[in-house]
Write a protein that binds this ligand. Structure first.
Ligand code: SF4
Length: 184
């Protein structure tokens, strides 16, 4: 990100961030990555009824080099995991991931050795979408929520500050093993 490193800090950077955020959120291109039944619902958003083109996502890219959003639609088998990671690595930065459906998010009902128990074991996930399968409206809602995240993305020195804050908050958080809830 050579250009980002050259950005000045201060008020001007805030305005550049707003502009870049608006441009980026309106021009996200998804990679084609349907793995199971959820992919049928994902394909439906490309049709005339749901019309994903309204959000600047004119077409699903068959090439990772021309895509910056991976929608993982379906359960991820152990055999597919390295392929998924390779496609993710070939996508240019900045890039985002939506885990579509309960299988991609957590393994779902496939609690066995053949299926990855959540795609976040393989790639970082920005939005988890519940449901089996989630309806096309739910996928559009997840995409709009991702647009909000993209719009507020920090750049340059602001990004470094945000990362330091997030790391400090993560280190200060209560470990999951020490959390007490209704089930304990
Ligand atoms: S969440 Fe349901 S619809 Fe989606 S891949 Fe899993 S079983 Fe299929």
């Amino acid at each position: 990100m050579g250009l980002e490193e050259k950005l000045p800090s201060g008020v001007l950077l805030g305005q550049v961030e707003q502009l870049v955020g608006l441009i980026r959120k309106a021009s996200v291109w998804p990679a084609t990555f349907g793995l199971a039944c959820c992919a049928i619902e994902m394909m439906a958003v490309g049709g005339p009824k749901y019309d994903i083109a309204r959000f600047g996502m004119e077409r699903f890219s068959a090439s990772p080099r021309q895509a910056d959003l991976m929608i993982v639609a379906g359960r991820v088998s152990q055999k597919m995991a390295p392929v998924l990671r390779q496609v993710y690595d070939q996508m240019p930065n900045p890039k985002w991931v939506i885990a579509m459906g309960v299988c991609a998010s957590s393994g779902g009902m496939f609690n066995n050795y053949a299926v990855v128990q959540g795609v976040d074991h393989v790639v970082p996930v920005d939005v988890y979408l519940p449901g089996c399968p989630p309806r096309p409206e739910m996928l559009l809602d997840a995409i709009l929520k991702l647009h909000e995240q993209i719009k507020d993305t920090k750049l340059g020195p602001h990004r470094a500050e945000a990362e330091a804050e997030a790391e400090a908050a993560a280190l200060a958080a209560t470990p999951t093993s020490e959390m007490r809830g209704l089930l304990r």
